[in-house]
Write a protein that binds this ligand. Structure first.
Ligand SMILES: Cc1cc2nc3c(=O)[nH]c(=O)nc-3n(C[C@H](O)[C@H](O)[C@H](O)COP(=O)(O)OP(=O)(O)OC[C@H]3O[C@@H](n4cnc5c(N)ncnc54)[C@H](O)[C@@H]3O)c2cc1C
Ligand code: SF4
Length: 472
């Protein structure tokens, strides 16, 4: 704690966004970073609490008070080392994490937590700019081979940890490019894809081999992998989306959010989509069903595509503007949050459910809705319609795809149909097969995927070597 009175003297300041009118004209990131002086001051607000609730609130247990102090003291290189002790990819979490650490920060009791995520992001961005983040080449090779199936944040973190422990690691990915939902779900305006490419280059230098366009269980039989590797890590995400089975669902113009988002990310990367397959919001009344991150990303994308209007509906009631701190802190509270995409010009409505769709010439034109009470019972007489030429279903993901990989391997699944494996050893019903990230825990967050990837790597290392020095 560099400045004992920092939290009393300095007010919270955070990154700002470029004005809406400018940022909706492109797909680039639009966050305006803090200056080094501001970052130093914000680091000085940290009280180095005896019980650092931030540290417990962070799924990767980042040693937050340590690097806040190091930034205050202008010891950026040491801060970068401390940050990477617990997180392989802080530039991802520094951009897209909802920052449960800030929710649990003691200063959040007065609504002004330390700007932890901004400091995290500044440290790692500086680390790359200064050239402090080279590959960690292992000194010894173990002679064992591990296949990681899925290249999202869980697969990437697991592969990097295992390679650093000396194992030969091959990452299999069905998509043309590496990164999972970081690459194809989260829009470029939230996460620049060059950041993923930079980590891939680092991992390649550490010995990780990437095999894109390889769909295990489809164009690559599971036996082929089983025969050639000593251990397998299943990190294929939770890709089965929740559908809306109402009349009119089969009309044209109703799509799953990921089919829509993936296309725009492809196009931004210079990979055209055939015009007859293109899903575009341009000039259309666009309705996004589902109020979470995925829905927000659809909103921001539709606005950039020039939608005639964007409406986001949610079946749950509108959350309170403010949480009751004495009841919720340091846990994640239910409260109204407005994403940068929602700020860009979207109408939001809560306690609404979709009854049916109607349209002409096989294309959707109207969404017929009804209001529900807090127990989600329909309120008689509250039916209403809204124009909808494009409907995006962003109601979450149910579980991993069962066909192919999981069915062929025959690993047990839990009652939610996620791969069954405990957080102690990440081992599935077959001892040499492990699972991590959304494929094991269900739809979650990037930071949880990184945590599970890291912990799973340690479990695999211990399984192969009898012990492990990798951190948990
Ligand atoms: C649109 C959207 C926005 C999101 N925004 C945020 C956010 O802002 N912040 C946040 O923290 N979280 C966000 N999330 C959640 C977050 O992206 C996920 O929790 C996280 O990516 C899960 O990581 P993962 O590695 O477990 O799986 P994924 O990222 O889903 O990666 C799994 C990979 O496995 C591959 N795969 C699957 N099966 C096979 C197979 N048989 N063979 C080969 N490859 C296979 C898939 O192609 C995919 O690339 C968002 C999710 C979505 C959908
Ligand atoms: S809880 Fe907040 S003030 Fe306390 S150590 Fe963590 S970041 Fe610093």
């Amino acid at each position: 704690m560099g400045k004992p009175t920092g939290f009393l003297e300095i007010v919270r300041r955070d990154r700002t966004y470029a004005p809406v009118t400018q940022r909706v004209l492109h797909y680039d990131e639009f966050v305006v970073p803090l200056s080094p002086d501001d970052l130093k001051n914000q680091g000085a607000r940290c009280m180095d609490c005896g019980i650092p609730y931030c540290h417990a609130g962070c799924p990767v247990n980042n040693v937050i008070p340590d690097w806040n102090d190091l930034v205050y003291r202008d010891r950026w290189h040491a801060a970068c080392d401390a940050l990477h002790a617990t997180n392989n990819f802080p530039e991802f979490t520094g951009r897209v994490c909802p920052a449960p650490c800030e929710t649990s920060c003691t200063l959040n009791l007065s609504d002004s937590p330390v700007t932890i995520r901004t400091i995290e992001c500044a440290i790692v961005d500086r680390g790359w700019a200064e050239g402090w983040l080279g590959p960690h080449i292992p000194r010894h090779r173990s002679g064992t081979r591990v296949a990681v199936i899925g290249s999202g944040p869980a697969g990437m973190a697991c592969a990097q940890q295992l390679a650093r422990a000396g194992h030969s690691v091959v990452v299999f990915e069905k998509a043309p490019r590496i990164g999972g939902l970081l690459r194809y779900g989260i829009p470029d305006f939230k996460l620049n894809k060059a950041l993923i490419d930079r980590r891939i280059a680092q991992m390649r230098a550490e010995g990780v081999e990437f095999r894109p366009n390889t769909h295990v269980g489809v164009n690559c039989p599971v036996d082929h992998i089983q025969d050639r590797f000593d251990a397998l890590v299943l990190a294929g995400g939770a890709e089965h989306p929740r559908d809306l089975t109402v009349p009119g669902r089969d009309l044209g113009g109703i799509h799953f959010a990921m089919d829509y988002l993936r296309q725009q990310n492809h196009i931004n990367a210079g990979h055209p989509v055939p015009s007859d397959k293109r899903i575009l919001a341009t000039g259309k009344h666009t309705v996004v069903i589902g109020g979470g991150d995925t829905g927000s990303d659809c909103v921001g994308t539709a606005i950039r595509q020039g939608a005639a209007s964007v409406t986001q509906i949610e079946i749950m009631p509108k959350p309170p503007e403010r949480e009751k701190k004495d009841v919720t802190w340091p846990d994640w509270p239910l409260k109204l949050r407005t994403s940068s995409s929602q700020e860009e010009g979207c109408r939001r409505d809560w306690s609404v459910t979709t009854k049916r769709f109607s349209g002409t010439d096989g294309k959707v034109a109207t969404l017929h809705a009804v209001r529900v009470d807090n127990a989600m019972r329909e309120i008689p007489g509250s039916e209403f319609d809204m124009p909808a030429n494009l409907v995006l279903l962003a109601m979450g993901f149910l579980h991993p795809v069962q066909e192919g990989l999981l069915a062929d391997l025959g690993v047990a699944v839990d009652e939610r149909r996620n791969v069954k494996a405990s957080m102690d050893n990440y081992q599935t019903s077959q001892p040499h097969i492990f699972a991590a990230g959304d494929m094991r825990r269900g739809q979650s967050l990037v930071v949880w995927a990184i945590r599970e990837g890291r912990q799973c790597a340690r479990a695999v290392d211990a399984f192969l070597m009898g012990r492990s020095d990798l951190p948990r």
